[in-house]
Design a protein around this ligand. Structure first.
Ligand code: ADP
Ligand code: MG
Length: 321
């Protein structure tokens, strides 16, 4: 690294700030971290990689790049109903600039504090800008919400609203012109999306099946259908669309983003009919912002109906390749 050694860089920007989470026997500084998994829990592990110029603009604010990277990684823990414990960071940088690193570190630890997640290790290399975050969480054995556990007759729900992530990307790419307040709304939806970690943990009491929506509702619900051997029908009129998105886009465009846009990080989950009363109680107790959007059916197709007719979508979600 040009201006600062790798060792000093780690010391200055990553090793210094401690977020106390459970079971860190040895954190940053040795060849491995040593961690104690909470007794009688399962460890939930997931990694997400974000490439500059692909998953975020290269010149984006480093604080926001870090915040987004942590949030997106934690979203996978939420989708299982797991509680965050630890993370590791693989950071590839074209150059070590202290201003950039200071901002990145600020965003990283801001998000880490929010989710009570300790940074326990990582790797730092020189190359094209890329950020990979691996998160570790804990879950009670048998309690994780799995893609494979949807059953015919289950009701399909989503948290929050759909389509904002895709609209935000269009705003960032300057494909859409918006006023000041809409601009800041969509920027925050993109860089600091709300992650439903506590809510999802509560939902795991009544739901056996969930996924986080990163590639678009139909694509991600399609993963549930495939893994569970079922079909799904969602109703266009029931999809939650935010007020800013309603103002920004025509109904058809908003619907297309809600169905096929990526980057929403809402949780899509299914609930068996006999658990709906328990869900209602949870909804009140935790003031959950959730909407029933459809039903799991026999078959293997995942479709959206509008006034009884299938909505044709030419682009079924974000494709990585
Ligand atoms: P090694 O060569 O044994 O893999 P490194 O010299 O790469 O170790 O890293 C030294 C220590 O600093 C390790 O504990 C590693 O986990 C940590 N580390 C390296 N890069 C980062 C980073 N970007 N964020 C957090 N910890 C890091
Ligand atoms: Mg080593």
């Amino acid at each position: 690294m040009a201006s600062i050694s790798e060792f000093d860089l780690i010391e200055e920007y990553f090793a210094g700030q401690i977020v106390a989470s459970y079971g860190v026997n040895l954190g940053i500084g040795d060849d491995c971290a040593l961690l104690t998994v909470p007794q009688s829990k399962q460890l939930a592990v997931s990694i997400d990689t974000m490439i500059g110029g692909v998953h975020f603009p290269k010149n984006a604010d480093p604080e926001l790049i870090a915040e987004r990277a942590v949030r997106v990684a934690v979203s996978d823990l939420a989708a299982m109903g797991a509680d965050p414990l630890w993370m590791t960071l693989s950071l590839t940088l074209p150059a070590a600039e202290s201003h950039w690193l200071a901002g990145f570190s600020r965003g990283l630890f801001k998000a880490a504090e929010e989710f009570n997640l300790s940074l326990v290790g990582g790797d730092t290399t020189r190359g094209p800008l890329a950020v990979a975050i691996q998160v570790h969480g804990s879950v009670d054995p048998g309690q994780a919400m799995l893609r494979s556990q949807a059953r015919v007759g289950d009701i399909i729900f989503v948290t929050g609203s759909l389509g904002d992530g895709a609209a935000a990307l269009a705003v960032i790419k300057k494909e859409l012109d918006v006023g000041k307040s809409a601009f800041s709304y969509f920027m925050s939806q993109y860089y600091t999306p709300r992650i439903w970690i506590r809510e999802a943990h509560a939902l795991s009491e009544v739901s056996r099946c969930a996924i986080d929506i990163s590639d678009g509702l139909l694509a991600d619900l399609g993963h549930i259908c495939k893994a569970s051997g079922v079909g799904a029908v969602v109703e266009a009129e029931r999809l939650p669309i935010s007020e800013p998105l309603r103002k920004l886009a025509e109904p058809d465009a908003a619907l297309a983003w809600a169905l096929t846009g990526g980057d929403d990080y809402q949780i899509c989950f299914t609930v068996a009919p006999q658990q709906l009363q328990a869900l209602e109680e949870l909804r009140e107790r935790h003031r959950l912002d959730i909407t029933a959007i459809g039903e799991i059916v026999r078959g293997n197709e995942c479709v959206c109906l509008s006034n009884g007719r299938i909505v044709e979508c030419d682009n079924l979600g974000y494709k990585h390749f």
